[in-house]
Design a binder for this molecule. Structure first.
Ligand code: GDP
Length: 527
């Protein structure tokens, strides 16, 4: 095995998908603790108090300044190197959250056991499905009163359209939570409350059919054994191939707060989830173990340090090896640049290895030349695909306070849209400017940055747009016919692409039905 092959085989790159408050921050902390990347729980948490602050500009700076350190977390676990990519979920939810999911090889779905599948979980699963990303599931908050576990599995299968294979099964919940039973390995992991903040020694009872197990489960023993029989009869068994194809998810139960069952999850990612996968470029498929370097940019984060108006481009390495001071070809503009000071994201204080392999993320300082979706190589001119724009879900009309600054406004909105967190639309029938975003905070971010960086003040007004779809058709005549008929709802986006702005969900489905020759795309590839 070559060195590159060895490094790639050790890597796992994943993200967490969950609805706000399901426990993403808490589980992230536990995972970092397991990788010994932090010593005490609470480190990740501290950012949360800032996160609920007002959208005042300084607060936003601070918030994003802190989040740079947690946007990518790299830590070692069991001879593997884990990259955990943050998926902003509260007010900072944005298109970046979706796009981050295109840069991982697997995902961990965290559900609140009391609530089950929630709306944000569904939206994020839809994004994972674009690449058939393998999903591991964790049902959290077993120390609370949760819903019937069988019902939860049914809900995963029905609502998310993926088979659910329980690997562990909970013994009781809330005050009667006694642990989880490992269905494949026939042991009970005993729950002890109150040890959330330390790595604790855990007690294991081998064999469900043992006196120790009977004693531990007590009066409920017979009922639990009956239920297990039912579960084993009715549920899917774990199947590695189906998991890798994104068609089946292994399910674990536990409590992130109690630091219980989280190790099962990390073990399953190491044992079952794929190491960095090949990536498709327009020209060819790139294998992660190739000697030559390549990577793509999936996120650009601005103004992390208010003193330097710098932007960081987050790049996923796809092949080869990054080394300090290496030369990279910026494939879109065909220029070679020397990268002296890329950021790496190793979470502990240990000596930083200034190298990165496929699956790793590095941060490049960007002075405006790097866009979302850009490919970097060590000389080859290729461009990776599968890093799309996502249709915005929220829309506002932008009103300029000083009408003489219309040019600056348009330029500012276009440039900010290139960073990928918002999109701008120019309707065909009037001179409105419409801003679209996936998360509501982005509107404030844009207003603040327009003021700071472009000296333009703007305000927002509500507008009757439900969603946007990028229009395409191989039938030029039909496209022209449609363009004439639907002119009321057509706009071009910041990159000049024709877009249909649907006022309602019903309008969109009727229009799609009426124009079968036209595709209405919810995502658009870059360039
Ligand atoms: P996020 O919004 O998904 O990042 O969720 P957090 O990790 O911030 O958790 C939301 C709330 O649920 C916090 O008050 C946590 O302390 C709490 N929480 C998280 N995990 C558990 C758990 O296993 N049991 C209980 N009882 N509470 C939990």
């Amino acid at each position: 095995m070559s060195n590159i092959e060895k490094e790639v085989a050790q890597r796992r790159t994943f993200a967490i998908i969950s609805h706000p408050d399901a426990g993403k921050t808490t589980i992230t902390e536990r995972l970092l603790l397991m990788g010994k990347a932090i010593e005490v729980a609470g480190t990740v948490k501290s950012r949360k108090s800032d996160r609920h602050a007002t959208s005042d500009w300084m607060e936003m700076e601070k918030q994003r300044g802190i989040s740079i350190t947690t946007s990518v977390m790299q830590f070692p676990y069991r001879d593997h190197m884990i990259n955990l990519l943050d998926t902003p979920g509260h007010e900072d939810f944005s298109e970046d959250t979706y796009r981050t999911l295109t840069a991982v090889d697997s995902a961990l779905m965290v559900l609140d056991g009391g609530k089950g599948v929630e709306p944000r979980t569904i939206a994020l699963m839809d994004v994972c499905r674009l690449r058939d990303t393998p999903i591991v599931s964790f049902i959290n908050k077993m120390d609370r009163d949760i819903r019937d576990p069988i019902e939860l599995l049914d809900e995963i299968e029905e609502v998310l359209n993926i088979k659910a294979a329980p690997i562990t099964w909970p013994i009781g919940c809330y005050r009667d939570f006694k642990g989880v039973y490992h269905l494949k390995e026939d042991y009970i992991l005993v729950y002890a409350s109150g040890h959330g903040h330390e790595r604790t020694e855990t007690r294991i009872i081998q064999n469900l059919d043992s006196d120790e197990a009977r004693e531990h489960i007590g009066d409920e023993y017979e009922r639990f054994v009956d239920q297990l029989e039912l579960v084993q009869g009715a549920c899917h068994e774990f199947d590695q191939d189906e998991f890798l194809a994104g068609k089946l998810t292994p399910v674990f139960f536990g409590t992130a707060l109690g630091n219980f069952g989280v190790d099962h999850v990390l073990d399953s990612i190491v044992d079952w989830a794929p190491s960095p996968l090949p990536r498709t470029a327009n020209e060819r498929v790139v294998e992660p173990t190739e000697e030559s370097f390549s990577g793509f940019v999936f996120k650009i984060q601005a103004n992390m340090d208010p003193r330097h108006r710098d932007r960081i481009a987050f790049m996923r390495v796809c092949s080869g090896k990054y080394e300090k001071n290496m030369k990279m070809r910026h494939a879109r503009i065909g220029k070679d640049i020397r990268i002296a000071d890329a950021l790496t994201f190793f979470s502990s204080e240990r000596e930083q290895l200034e190298e990165a392999y496929a699956g790793d993320i590095i941060g490049l300082h960007n002075h405006g030349t790097i866009q979302i979706g850009d490919t970097f190589t060590d000389g080859e001119n290729i461009s990776f695909t599968g890093i799309p724009h996502f249709a915005p879900e929220l829309f506002r009309r932008v009103r300029l306070k000083d009408p003489l600054k219309s040019k600056q406004l348009r330029q500012g909105l276009r440039e900010l849209a290139e960073e990928g967190a918002t999109q701008v639309f120019f309707p065909e029938r009037n001179n409105d400017i419409i801003l679209g975003a996936v998360g509501v905070l982005q509107f404030d971010v844009v207003a603040s940055r327009l003021k700071e960086e472009y000296r333009v003040e703007c305000a927002y007004e509500p507008i009757n747009v439900w969603s946007a779809r990028w229009i395409e058709s191989s039938d030029k005549k039909k496209l022209e016919e449609f363009s004439n008929k639907a002119v009321e709802n057509l706009a071009v986006d910041g990159g000049g692409h024709l877009t249909y702005l649907a006022p309602t969900r019903v309008n969109l489905s009727l229009t799609e039905e009426r124009w079968p020759e036209i595709s209405f795309n919810a995502t658009r590839e870059h360039h």
